[in-house]
Design a binder for this molecule. Structure first.
Ligand SMILES: Nc1ncnc2c1ncn2[C@@H]1O[C@H](COP(=O)(O)OP(=O)(O)OP(=O)(O)O)[C@@H](O)[C@H]1O
Length: 226
């Protein structure tokens, strides 16, 4: 994942405001990078540009070997299927059980039979400590459990890149640490690259790299032992 001279603006005319300035970044495959910075510093803007959720206006973003600036919609759609998104508002389908919600994460990646999809969903939910909640509806799960279902849904399709915005905010200490360790294991085993916005110290301590944004610029770049 790479950006070169990446700039981004919101609004037009008098109201036009620059949100990112000259971002040059190279993020190593399989690493876990954390993005920190004050509110409004551009973290979400950068995450959504890297996730093909926003059009690149100026500069370059390469994701999984493809340039996103000027990319055709069909190509960005295909790339998006190789990503796992974890956002704060977990958007589970209320009428589907935990396992069915996660099965949907398998099936967006292509047609897969129900039995193996359900097996994959049960496996990932088990890794997240939810083996005994497979058939629960979201209404009967706690906030932290729902968040873990959303994480399972993002991971079940074996994404090449995971993009996350405060994924552990609703989790207790042990489940938060478990999620980070799982992402790190996926990084080592499969080369899954994770970029996440967080202020959670449990994650900062375990990250491979911490990037700090301020007023749309990278002002800190610290490599960690992991
Ligand atoms: N859709 C939008 N329209 C107009 N301005 C926007 C939009 N999204 C973000 N901005 C502006 O761009 C700047 C960066 O916002 P961004 O959401 O990326 O920051 P952030 O670091 O993620 O903040 P937070 O931690 O509060 O989520 C801010 O000045 C924000 O007001």
């Amino acid at each position: 994942m790479q950006t070169r001279a990446l700039n981004h603006w919101f609004g037009a005319g008098e109201a036009k405001k620059q949100a990112l300035y000259d971002i040059d970044l190279r993020i190593a495959r399989g690493s876990l990078t954390v993005l920190v910075g004050p509110s409004g510093s551009g973290k979400t803007t950068l995450l959504t540009l890297l996730g093909c959720l926003r059009e690149v206006q100026d500069g370059s973003v390469t994701l999984l070997g493809h340039e996103l600036h000027g990319a055709a919609p069909a190509q960005t759609m295909a790339l998006r299927r190789r990503l796992g998104f974890i956002f704060q508002a977990h958007n589970l389908h209320e009428s589907l059980t935990a396992a069915q919600n996660v099965v949907m994460g398998v099936q967006v990646r292509g047609r897969i039979d129900d039995a193996p999809a359900r097996q994959a969903a049960a496996h990932v939910l088990g890794l997240l400590g939810l083996s005994d909640r497979l058939d629960y509806l979201p209404a009967n799960l706690s906030g932290g459990q729902k968040q873990r279902v959303a994480i399972a849904r993002a991971l079940v399709g074996n994404p090449d890149v995971v993009l996350a915005d405060e994924p552990t905010a609703a989790l207790d200490r042990d489940s938060g640490a478990n999620v980070v360790d799982l992402l790190k294991r996926l990084g080592r085993a499969r080369g899954t690259t994770t970029l996440m916005v967080t202020h959670d110290n449990r994650i900062l301590d375990r990250a491979d790299r911490i990037l700090t944004l301020e007023d749309g610029r990278i002002v800190g770049d610290e490599a960690r032992g992991g």
